[in-house]
Design a protein around this ligand. Structure first.
Ligand code: FAD
Length: 469
């Protein structure tokens, strides 16, 4: 068995763990990272990268379908699913190899195996055969073990897919029921619907992507509904899911209570369950005495430190804004604090990005947050149809929405649905995190013609000073 002594041991090599490892190594610390599956974690292998690679294909397809309006005649666009998968796999492999190279270059000790918390400041690493392959002694430990999809009755059957096991399909299904119309459900629905699959979304809450602004969710619903093969039901509670005994019919029978109180039966060949994720805790965690919340997440303070001062936790396992860039930022902050430089994050400044068609991105407060917290707010909306660049591109769906505080004109939140929303949100991030007033943001000259002009117009509209609206 390999005995290794390091300054920092990290369990989990997702975007939280691997970024923390590189930052720490570059600061001169000795680091070991333990991964039981694949480098890059959920993000690289089962999340951000593969979904975005597949969505890139249907996004280009939609652009080609709309190309006539900018003067291009394209006869027919065919989606070849096995080629889409090849493209997706290439993107995933390149990202994973890139991470391996970065870790190696930084001098991080990579160990593949299950990291198990042992007595004292030790981690035992076991391989697939359950043989102990290493003992790591650390000064500080970072737990970055991520999360996994939840599966519960009546859906706990092997045949029901989650975002972890959908990746092995080789052919497009003819139909799919998506249970949960949150971010993951809507991204998959976008891909499958654009690929010609009959899709039905069943969402418990009154709107799609319940975390997002109501106007944004409504615009998304209106756009998704344009796909004739996509049915969306909100305010729906699934009560039963059974395998269909009649092998000539669809494989699953689902019963749901609809918004009007009546029950409706659906039948699907395939089901994707996308109703949330739960934390993954390493074996032996009880030996560390770290506090775990009622929902099973590791509790941390603003410095990413757990109730055990030598143990830090980052990423999905902490249950804060479960996004790759949150995990990475928490990783950087954990290292800063281990190095004695007090640093923290304001979670309200972290943007969320959703790669539906059209894209969605937001930062700061939504209207419902303002209402809940009794904040005196006003809103400004700038539709992309009023933007020169959007018109020139023929991409005029959606709008930018800015929320400002009545008393101060401070920008509290920015939400965008439309072309390149996920790239444009950085202006919102700057404005919200620097607590800028509308006039301050307006001092920056926005290049013309660009899509970013929608953000400044929406901000100006919120204080009744819009120029082009
Ligand atoms: P993970 O990425 O889950 O990594 C944890 C790693 O720890 C895993 O590799 C696991 O194998 C390993 N591990 C666990 N226990 C042990 C152990 N005991 N020993 C050794 N190794 C262990 N986020 C975005 O920001 N943008 C997106 O577009 C986006 N799209 C997504 C799409 C989907 C379908 C999904 C499911 C998620 C998406 N996310 C997205 C969320 C993002 O993937 C996660 O927030 C992010 O991966 C969390 O990073 P992490 O480092 O905390 O954990």
């Amino acid at each position: 068995m390999n005995n290794i002594k390091v300054d920092i041991a990290i369990i989990g090599a997702g975007p939280g763990g691997y970024v923390a490892a590189i930052v720490a190594a570059k600061e001169g610390k000795t680091v070991a990272i333990i991964e039981k599956d694949k480098l890059g974690g959920t993000c690289t292998n089962y999340g951000c990268i593969p979904t975005k690679a597949m969505l890139a294909s249907v996004s280009v397809m939609e652009e080609i379908e709309n190309a006539k309006r900018i003067g291009l005649n394209v006869e027919k666009v065919d989606l070849n699913f096995s080629d889409v998968i090849k493209h997706r796999n290439r993107a995933v492999t390149a990202s994973r190899k890139g991470i391996e190279l970065l870790l190696q270059k930084a001098g991080v000790n990579i160990l593949f195996g299950n990291g198990i918390i042992s007595e004292g400041k030790n981690i035992i690493v076991k391989d697939d055969k359950n043989d102990e392959i290493a003992n790591i002694t650390y000064d500080k430990l970072i737990i970055a073990t991520g999360s996994t999809p939840v599966k519960f009755p009546p859906f706990n059957m092997d045949e029901v897919w989650t975002s972890d096991d959908i990746w092995n399909i080789e052919n497009l299904p003819s139909n799919i029921g998506i249970i949960g119309g949150g971010v993951i459900g809507c991204e998959f629905a976008t891909f499958f619907a654009k690929s010609g699959v009959n899709v039905t979304i069943l969402e418990l809450m009154p709107q799609l992507i319940p975390t997002e602004d109501e106007d944004i969710a409504k615009e998304l619903l209106d756009n998704l509904k344009k796909n004739k093969n996509l049915n969306i039901y909100c305010n729906v509670k699934v009560t039963e899911c059974n395998k269909n005994e009649n092998s000539n019919e669809k494989r699953f029978l689902v019963k749901a209570q609809m918004s009007d109180g009546n029950f409706k039966e659906f039948s699907f060949d395939n089901i994707l369950l996308s109703v949330g994720r739960k934390p993954v805790l390493p074996e032996g965690i009880d030996k560390l005495g770290v506090k775990i919340s009622e929902r099973g997440f590791i509790e941390i303070n603003e410095y990413m430190q757990t109730s055990n001062p030598n143990v830090y936790a980052i990423g999905d396992v902490t249950g804060r804004l479960m996004l790759a860039h949150t995990a990475s930022k928490q990783g950087e902050i954990a290292i800063e604090n281990i190095l004695g430089r007090k640093n923290s994050i304001r979670y309200s400044d972290i943007p969320s990005v959703i790669f539906t068609l059209p894209e969605i991105a937001s930062v700061g407060l939504r209207e419902k947050d303002c209402k809940k917290n009794g904040i005196n707010y006003k809103i400004g909306i700038c539709p992309f149809i009023s933007n020169g660049k959007a018109r020139a591109m023929g991409l005029t769906k959606g709008f930018a929405k800015v929320i400002t505080e009545v008393e101060t004109d401070k920008i509290l939140g920015v939400s965008i649905i439309g072309p390149h929303a996920t790239d444009m949100i950085m202006e919102g991030v700057t404005a919200v995190s620097k607590e800028m007033k509308v006039e301050e943001l307006f001092q920056f000259v926005h290049p013309h013609p660009t899509l970013t002009e929608t953000i400044i117009e929406a901000a100006l509209a919120s204080i009744d000073k819009a120029i082009h609206l």
